[in-house]
Design a binder for this molecule. Structure first.
Ligand SMILES: [Zn+2]
Ligand SMILES: [Zn+2]
Length: 237
C-alpha cells in the first residue's frame, strides 16, 4: 500500500506512544508515498482536544522525505450526522474521516445509523467514512453507497476491522454486501490500516485478500491513484 491515511499517534490516547515523527519515519522505511495522520477527535476519552487539530496547520508537512497530511477521525455524535469537531477546526486540516464509535453514539435502528452516516457525508470537510463495517451498527448499504457517490465521499475498507484481532463483529460479511454495491454504482474505496502507533502503518493484507476474493476492480481502489485521490481533499496535497 502506497498511501495510508488512517493512522493514530500518541495524541489519540489509549496507550499509543508513537509521535508524528516516529510514524513518518516508519512510513518512510516502509516506502509509503503519502502518510495521513488521523487522530481521534475529542469525544473519545483521552484523545486530543480541538486545539491540537487547529495547531497542525503549523506542523511540518514533509518528514524523512515523505509528504504528511493531517486529518482527524471525527466522531458522529447523533443520528443526523453531527460531528465532535466544528467546521472552523476541520478547515485547518487536510481531511476528515467520520466514524461511528459506540462510546460516542450508541447503535440505533438501521435507518438511524444510515442517516447518521449520510448526515456526516453532507459536511464538506468529511472526506472518508471510516470502517463502515461494524455489525453493531446495521446499515442500509445501498443508501450508503448512493450517498457516497452523491456527496463525493470515499468509503474505507479498514484493515484493522478485518484482522483476526478485529473487534467490530463480522466486518468481512458487511464488506461482502458493501463492496459489490461499490462496483455497481462505481464508488471508489480507500484502504486504511487504522494503525494505532507505527506497528501497522501501511498494512493491507486482509483488505487486499478480501478485495481479491471479490474480484474488486483495482481502478476503484484509490490507494493506487494519488492523482484521483487529490480531488477528494479540500486542501491541496
Ligand atoms: Zn475508528
Ligand atoms: Zn481509527
Amino acid at each position: 500500500m502506497l498511501i495510508d491515511l488512517h493512522t493514530h499517534t500518541i495524541a489519540s490516547g489509549h496507550g499509543t506512544t508513537d509521535t508524528i515523527n516516529e510514524m513518518a519515519k516508519e512510513a518512510s522505511l516502509r516506502h509509503l508515498t503519502l502518510l495521513g495522520i488521523s487522530d481521534h477527535a475529542p469525544a473519545i476519552v483521552g484523545s486530543a482536544k480541538a486545539s491540537y487539530f487547529r495547531s497542525l496547520k503549523h506542523a511540518p508537512r514533509k518528514r524523512f522525505s515523505l509528504p504528511v497530511l493531517f486529518g482527524a477521525e471525527v466522531n458522529i455524535i447523533d443520528y443526523n450526522g453531527a460531528l465532535d469537531l466544528d467546521n472552523d477546526t476541520l478547515s485547518c486540516l487536510d481531511y476528515g474521516i467520520a466514524s461511528l464509535h459506540p462510546p460516542c453514539l450508541r447503535p440505533g435502528t438501521k435507518e438511524e445509523n444510515t442517516n447518521s452516516y449520510i448526515g456526516a457525508m453532507k459536511n464538506p470537510y468529511v472526506t472518508i467514512i471510516g470502517h463502515p463495517d461494524d455489525s453493531r451498527y446495521p446499515i442500509d448499504y445501498e443508501a450508503l453507497v448512493r450517498a457516497a457517490k452523491q456527496y463525493h465521499v470515499l468509503l474505507e475498507v479498514n484493515e484493522s476491522s478485518l484482522s483476526p484481532t478485529g473487534y467490530r463483529g463480522n466486518a468481512a460479511a458487511c464488506y461482502q454486501i458493501l463492496l459489490p454495491l461499490c462496483v455497481r454504482f462505481q464508488v471508489p474505496i480507500l484502504i486504511g490500516s487504522d494503525s494505532h502507533g507505527k506497528r501497522h502503518i501501511g498494512d493491507s493484507a486482509f483488505a487486499e485478500q478480501l478485495l481479491a476474493d471479490l474480484s474488486f476492480p483495482r481502478e476503484l481502489i484509490m490507494n493506487d491513484y494519488p492523482d484521483k485521490l487529490k480531488c477528494y481533499f479540500h486542501s491541496i496535497m
